[in-house]
Design a binder for this molecule. Sequence first.
Ligand code: GTP
Length: 597
Amino acid sequence: MESVNIRNFAIIAHIDHGKSTLADRIMEMTETVNSREKKAQLLDDMEVEQAHGITVKSRTVRNYYKGDDGQEYEYNFIDTPGHVDFAYEVSKSLAACEGVLLLVDATQGVQAQTVANFRLAKENNLVIIPVINKIDSKGADIKKTVQQIKKLDPIFEEQDFLKISAKTGQGVHLVLEAIHQRIPAPSGDDSASLKALVFDSVYDSFKGVIAYIRVFDGQIKFNSKLKLMASKESFKASTIGVLTPNMKTVESLCVGDVGYVITGIKDPKAINVGDTLTDEKKPTKSAFPGYRKAKPMVFAGFYPKNNDYAALKAAIERLSLNDSSFQYGLESSDALGMGFRCGFLGMLHLQIIRERLKDEYDLEVLTTSPNVTYHVHIRNNQKIMEVNNPAKFPDFSEINYVEEPFIRAIITTPVESVNQVMKLAERSKGDLKNLDNKGDLVVLEYNMPLSEIAYDFFSQLKSISHGYADLDTSFLNYQVADVVKVEVHINYAKVDALAFVLHRQDVPKASQNLVKKLKYSVPRKLYPMPTQAVVEGKAVARVDIPPLRKNAAVNGEKRSISKKKDLLRRQNINKRQSAQSDIKLTQEVFNSLLELK
Ligand code: GTP
C-alpha cells in the first residue's frame, strides 16, 4: 500500500482503562478477525496475561479500513500494557508510531499512567487523540474527565475529544475516522537504503529470533541480505510478514510498514531491541540512537529447582530477548549452587517473569528475597561498591557509610482512605512533601526509600483503599541510610542465600519475626537446629527448629542417666558437624523473609 494511506499508532492508557477492549473492537470493525476468532481481549494471549487480566507485552496488528472518504487505509496499531512495571514496553512501541489514542476511563478520570504515557507520547512528538472510554457506565463523568485531560495539555479543544464505549462499540467508528484524519502518514524515502527499527523480538525454537520491525526508509524484500547495525550480525530474510494478528507472509515491507522478519539467528544475544536493520551491501548512513536501557529497580536471585541450570540459562536468555527490561547476570550460592541475579522494573514484573518461566519453559525457580541496589562507601579509600546482592554486602568493619535509592511517590487516593494511606506511607518511612486536595481525590507526594515500596507497598495500598488508590513512582536520588546486613545462621552455619539488608531501626522486630517464621518453614532434621539472625557479628534473635522426632535422649524410655547424657553428647557432636549444604532451602523459606516488619 502507498505510504500516504498507512497509519501507525499505539493505544496507551492507565491499567484497565480499556485498551485491549478497544483493540478488539477495532479488529472487529475492520474485519481483521472474523466472528469465529472473536473473543474478549483477543490479543492478551499469554497465559500470565489471562491469569492476571492485564497486558504484559505489546502486540502489533495490521488492519485494513475503508474510510468514509472512500479510500482504503492500512492501520498498524500497537496495544500496549498499562501497569507501571511495563512502562518500558510502551516507550519501545511509541518509537514505531506517528500517533496515539490516549484512552481515559470516564469513571476514573486521569490516573498516574495516563499522565506518564501522555508525557512519553509528547517526548516522541506524536499526535495525541484523546478518547474517553466507558461512557456507557453508570459512574461515567465525561465532563470532569475532559477537564482533567485539558489540564494535561491546554492545546486540546472541546471538539478534539472522542467519547466512546469500547465495550458496546458506541463512538468507535469516529475513532477509526479520526485516525486517518488526524494522524499523519509515515514519511520516508522509498528509494533510499533500508532503515528499519527493531522495536521488539521473540525467540522461536524452530525459526530462531523473529524481529518486529518498522520500516522508515527503503524496503525489505523476501530473501534480501540484511544486517543489524549495532550487533553487526548479518542474515538472509528468509521470511517476512505482517501480523493480522496471526503471522502472514508478504513479499515486501515498504516505508511505514510494521511487520516481522525471521532472522534465523539462533543466539538470542545477537539481537537487541532498538537496533537498526539495513541492507548488508548498501547500509544506511544514520543508525537509530538505540533505546535507553531500562534501569532495574528490584533484584532477586533465581535458582533452578531441579538443578537444571542449563535449561534455566537458555530460558532466561530467550525471555530477556522478548523483554529487554528484564536483566540478568550469573551468580552462585553455597546453598543453592549456580543461578542468576535478575533485575526487574518492579515486583509485578518479577512475578510475571517467574510465571512465564513456568508456563513457557516448564521451569520452576527458587526466588531469593528481593532487594534494591545499595551504594556502599568503603572505609579508608574512595571506593564505592554497587551492591545488589546482600551476600556480597561487605563486612560492617569495612563500611564507611551506605546510600540507598529514594523515589518520589505520588499517591492518588479517595478522601475516605487518606488517613490510612498516610499511616501506611509513614510506616514505610515516607516524608510528605505535598498534599493536594482535588475534590473527592487527594494527591499525596512523598519521598521514600525504594526498598520500602519495592515489595508489597502497592498491594497494601490497594487493599486499604479498596482498589481505588494509585501509585506513580519516579527515581529521585541516593541518600545516606542506616542499613545493616542481616545474616541467617542455621545450625551454626551461615546461609548466604538468606542474607538481606534492612534499616537498623527495623532489625529488632524483623529479626524476631524472621526466626519465628523460619522455625516453621525450614524443613526439619532428626536433630534440633538453632537458627539465628546475626547482625554485625552479634546474634540478635534465636530460635531452635525442633527435630523431626522426639528427642530420645530427653523423652526416652527408661534409660540410665549416664546413657541419656551420652546420647545427648553424641547428638551435640552431630549438630556441630552437620554441614550447611544439607539444609534444604525451599521457596517457603525464602518467603519467610518477606513482610517481616
Ligand atoms: P491492561 O492491558 O491490563 O492495562 O488493561 P486494558 O486497558 O487493556 O483494559 P481491558 O480492555 O482489559 O478492560 C478492562 C476492563 O474494563 C474489562 O473488564 C472490560 O470489559 C472493561 N471495559 C472496557 N471498555 C469498557 C467500556 O467501554 N464500558 C464498560 N462498561 N466496561 C469496559
